[in-house]
Design a protein around this ligand. Structure first.
Ligand code: BGC
Length: 981
């Protein structure tokens, strides 16, 4: 029997993917020991067999026995698959003694469609009812008897009539100089807000009216000698009624209705464009397609995409468990589609698939402006169902002009603002259908899914509201369950990460994100989970319901990272909490793109944050597919001249990332190469990286900062501003160095980049470093960059190291921002001062990691002083409580406390060298690309004892704290030595 077995078969990094576009996808597996106790196990050969049937022969491909230790990036070299065909594959391996394993369980992949048969559909909106409702088209009017723009103070009435064909909710907007009260059929519907210049803030309302004729009347007061004016608009399914010559006017002291004069059309002077209703939250759509099935079905796969967010039901049952399809890319360049097996949902006879279509990243609010419609105004859907029948035939049902489109009018879902759901039936009409030649690609990673439910731990009341504490900050939504809601009773959930002292929600740090979900009852129980939004929160405030039970709300946590790749537990509970906080923060921010934060009006793929955090990210979860996808987003947004942006996809923020942000384009691929030995990714990104480096070089041949450039600096440092030009040169050098190394990996000529690195290094020493090793600015970040990026030789390096130590001792704490924190503790370890690293790590004073833990944090804060006992909450403009950058300390924790470091890419060779410091035990596991690595050490009875478990195909140096080194292969090993304090 062989010592190893292949498990966890994947194709293009996914388990049994339903849409693989490549003709030559990449296959992988993970080796396990066949029996516990096995040691030094290695794969010496493999055989992959791929069949068009299951179980089957290798009619598509038989790799034959291939002498190789490779377990990933095995390129399929068999017959190209026809679209929709499934390949079944398995693998067996030979171990170090030439013994052959059993065949693995079978896995599969299905070839993607080669063309997209479906049309694009949307709701056809002739009245523009889903568009922002403004006064456009209406005239400012006044009584015909008074001179325009010069009327005496007093009250004037205006009236008109309009007709509705059926009962419906109509939109009304009005404004007046100086103030108005508006009535319909004698009932007041809205009035000016009573504040100065109320004419500049038109008032909006929606009211339900029955069919027939209705009278609209305004009572308008002109307070001073000067312009008196009124403007209004009513919008219904039958059309619009706007102020103009058809209206009538009468003075307060007269009963005579007379004509009106048009003063100016909306938009004209002196009133100009008014600040219309600040939020525009258009309704979500229901798009559906009915079809017949007359023969037994073997398999049915639904392929779908959208400009917007789509969620499908087939025959009223949920068709998938993933959220936020089709995800976020630079929609102008590429769009993903998803494939879901829906066989079990079909029935004989009439069937129907339906999609709810929300605004999402495409048309909703995203980023800090706040702005919407980033990619377009109208949301679109395109989908087809491919049904394979038991008799061998097949049929395709596509979105087209036969589809229906429903619009809800009041119900909406928006990422930042929240969701509204009332028991309103949608209005349904034929869908508008168009062809499009957009380039579609299969979704390349694990989608956003629910990875945890978070029950409320406790609740308290604030006024008439109930505030639930879920005990954990996370990204997602709340499921609301209530036994009963009256007709028209509306219940609102507001979300926040933290509370004010009086127990109410603190929402200032959300900036313009409203984070508010409302449901309106219909006399039945409520079980509602919003689907077109998400929030970053720990607390939920419920209003509109009296004495709700604790289980009325349950958190639903969402992320692309479902499984964790590691565990970490040491003798200091505070550090364990810190590790958990890192995990929660990462999952809260790995939502389609690596976001900076999940709560405020931002949620962008900030380049700086992820380059700082990438190595830790890969310890927390398997992020290979996720970050590969994001690197495509990054390349898609790369500027013409080669510069990388601040955020990818590029929206809201700028296209010039500046030092420490733009280098994400080089640092993240390198990090993925280190962790996953992903050479193919380096190859894929190579041209993009070269263009970036050429841009850097053209701006600065020797790495010295040019006259003008953008730089965020050492973001959120503690009163220790590192000179921008130093950060510029350091990161320039780092990129050149990495390009040289990447060239070497890819077998390309590295000499140019080596020269460039040398030049930049020289510039750095000349510009910023004194003979004593003092670095310009004398900041911890300056020293850390010099040391981490290997920018100094010999005595200068030594000098910089002692200056760093001296600086930390002088301050008594860290002073680093995003840029310096990344490598601070790793550098201290590498200069032999792990003791000082521990001191910083274990301090629970501000500023430091355990300060937030001491104050009850359940996630990583954006800033060291997010909240302090002295000053309370920090500047709400920049104060997220779920920001992963400072969580980059996770790399130090795993490498130094657990002691697991990679010596060769992909953990082929590992260093296990825990440095216990003041700790007495640590147990950790990590699912590397080569299998699970586990470490368990403790200090007892004056002895340091360690157990190490290594997967097949790896070797390690296990170094005990006494300096003794042991070379080992795979399997379980134990060592011990005397514990020296
Ligand atoms: C983000 C950061 C980002 C920064 C740029 C902020 O608004 O939240 O994480 O890197 O802007 O300085």
């Amino acid at each position: 029997m062989a010592s190893i077995v292949p498990t966890t078969l994947r194709c293009n990094l996914l388990t049994d993917p339903l849409a693989v576009a490549d003709e030559r996808p990449r296959l992988s597996w993970v080796l396990k020991h066949a029996e516990s106790g096995a040691k030094n196990a290695r794969q010496t050969a493999y055989q992959v067999c791929v069949s068009s049937r299951e179980p089957g022969d290798a009619d598509l491909w038989d790799s034959g026995r291939t002498e190789s230790a490779a377990t990933f990036d095995i390129v399929y070299e068999g017959t190209a698959l026809e679209p929709f065909r499934t390949a079944h594959w398995r693998v067996r391996v030979w171990d170090e003694t030439g013994e052959q394993s059993e065949w693995s369980c079978a896995a599969q992949w299905t070839q993607a469609p080669d063309e997209w048969p479906a049309k694009w559909i949307r709701y056809y909106d002739p009245q523009g009812r889903a568009r922002p409702f403004t006064l456009k088209g209406a005239h400012w009017i006044w009584h015909e008897d008074e001179s325009p723009m010069k009327s005496p103070p007093g009250v004037c009435f205006f009236q008109a009539t309009f007709e509705l064909i059926e009962t419906e909710r109509i939109d009304v907007v009005a404004s007046a100089d100086d103030s108005f009260v508006l009535r319909i059929d004698g009932e007041e519907v809205c009035r000016s807000d009573g504040e100065p210049h109320s004419w500049s803030r038109p008032q909006h309302c929606k009211i339900e009216l029955s069919s027939g004729e209705h009278a609209i009347e305004a009572e308008v007061e002109n307070c001073n000698e000067g312009a008196g004016a009124f403007i209004a608009k009513v919008r219904s399914a039958s059309g619009q009624t706007v102020t103009g010559k058809t209206w009538q006017a009468r003075k307060q002291d007269s009963n005579d209705w007379k004509g009106v004069q048009n003063l100016i059309e909306y938009g004209g002077a002196p009133w100009g464009e008014l600040r219309e209703k600040e939020l525009h939250l258009p309704p979500y759509l229901d798009l559906s397609r009915s079809f017949q099935i007359e023969r037994p079905v073997r398999r049915a796969v639904l392929y779908s995409t959208a400009l917007g967010l789509c969620r499908f039901h087939v025959n009223a049952k949920p068709a998938h468990k993933d959220w936020f399809a089709p995800g976020w890319t630079d929609y102008d360049k590429r769009l993903h589609y998803r494939a879901h097996d829906v066989t079990r949902l079909l029935t004989a006879g009439t069937n129907c698939f339906t999609a709810e279509l929300y605004d999402g990243w495409f048309a909703g609010y995203i980023g800090f402006k706040p702005e919407r419609n980033h990619y377009g105004e109208d949301t679109w859907l395109s989908a087809f169902l491919r049904i394979e029948f038991a008799d061998g035939g097949h049929q395709t049902i596509s979105t087209d002009e036969e589809s229906d489109a429903g619009i809800h009018y009041v119900n909406y879902g928006d990422f930042l603002m929240g969701e509204f759901r009332g028991p309103h039936e949608p209005e349904i009409s034929n869908a508008w259908a168009e062809n499009s030649n957009r380039i579609l690609e299969p979704y390349p990673m694990n989608p956003v899914e629910v990875y945890a439910t978070v029950p409320a731990k406790q609740m308290h009341t604030v006024g008439t509201a109930t505030v639930f504490d879920l005990g954990q900050n996370f990204a997602g939504v709340c499921r609301l369950q209530l036994d009963h809601l009256d007709d028209e009773q509306s219940v609102t959930m507001r979300h926040a990460e933290v509370l004010n002292e009086d127990g109410s929600l603190y929402t200032k740090n959300l900036r313009t994100a409203r984070a508010e979900d409302t449901v309106v009852g219909d006399g039945y129980p409520v079980d509602w989970t919003p689907r077109g939004t998400y929030h970053g929160f720990r607390y939920v405030e419920l209003t509109g319901v009296k004495d709700p039970p604790l289980d009325a709300v349950t958190g639903v946590a969402l992320s692309n990272i479902h499984e964790l790749a590691s565990t970490f537990e040491c003798s200091d509970r505070r550090l364990n909490k810190l590790w958990q906080n890192i995990q929660w923060t990462q999952r809260s921010n790995f939502i389609e793109v690596p976001t900076d934060c999940p709560q405020r009006d931002e949620r962008l793929g900030w380049t700086g944050d992820i380059q700082i955090y990438a190595r830790t990210a890969a310890l927390v979860g398997d992020v290979q597919a996720f970050l590969r996808k994001w690197l495509t987003d990054l390349s898609d947004t790369q500027r013409e001249d080669g510069q990388y942006p601040m955020v990818a996809p590029l929206k809201v923020a700028g296209d010039d990332g500046g030092p420490a942000w733009s280098e994400a384009g080089v640092i993240v691929p390198w990090a993925l190469y280190q962790v996953y030995e992903d050479e193919e990714l380096l190859e894929r990104q190579w041209d993009s990286m070269v263009r970036f480096m050429s841009f850097c070089e053209s701006r600065s041949p020797d790495g010295r900062a040019p006259e003008e450039y953008h730089c965020f600096g050492d973001w959120l440092n503690v009163d220790a501003e590192t000179p921008n030009d130093l950060i510029f040169t350091a990161y320039f050098a780092r990129s050149a160095d990495l390009l040289a190394r990447i060239a070497n990996v890819l077998g390309k000529n590295a000499s140019h980049y080596m020269q460039l690195f040398k030049r930049a290094r020289r510039s750095f020493a000349e510009e910023f470093v004194e003979n004593s090793g003092a670095v310009k600015g004398d900041t911890q970040t300056g020293y850390v960059l010099a040391l981490a990026f290997d920018l100094l030789d010999g005595s200068l390096r030594k000098g910089a190291a002692s200056n760093l130590v001296e600086n930390i001792e002088r301050h008594g704490h860290l002073t680093t921002g995003f840029v310096g924190t990344k490598d601070l503790l790793l550098v201290l370890r590498d200069i032999g001062r792990t003791d000082l690293a521990y001191k910083l790590l274990l301090s629970d004073e501000y500023p430091g990691w355990l300060f937030s833990v001491k104050h009850g944090a359940t996630t990583i804060w954006e800033r060291w002083d997010g909240w302090t006992p002295e000053d309370g909450f920090a500047d709400p403009a920049i104060n997220s409580f779920s920001h992963y950058a400072y969580g980059a300390v996770g790399q130090f924790m795993f490498e130094t406390i657990a002691g697991v470091r990679l010596l060769e890419p992909g953990y082929k060779k590992i260093l296990v060298a825990p440095e216990p410091g003041p700790l007495t035990s640590c147990r950790a596991e990590y699912d590397s690309v080569r299998g699970q690595i586990a470490v368990d050490w403790e200090i007892s009875d004056g002895q340091f004892k360690i157990k190490v478990s290594l997967p097949p195909n790896t070797e390690a140096v296990v170094r005990t704290p006494d300096g003794e080194e042991n070379q080992v292969g795979s399997g379980e090993w134990s060592f011990e030595c005397a514990h020296i304090k």
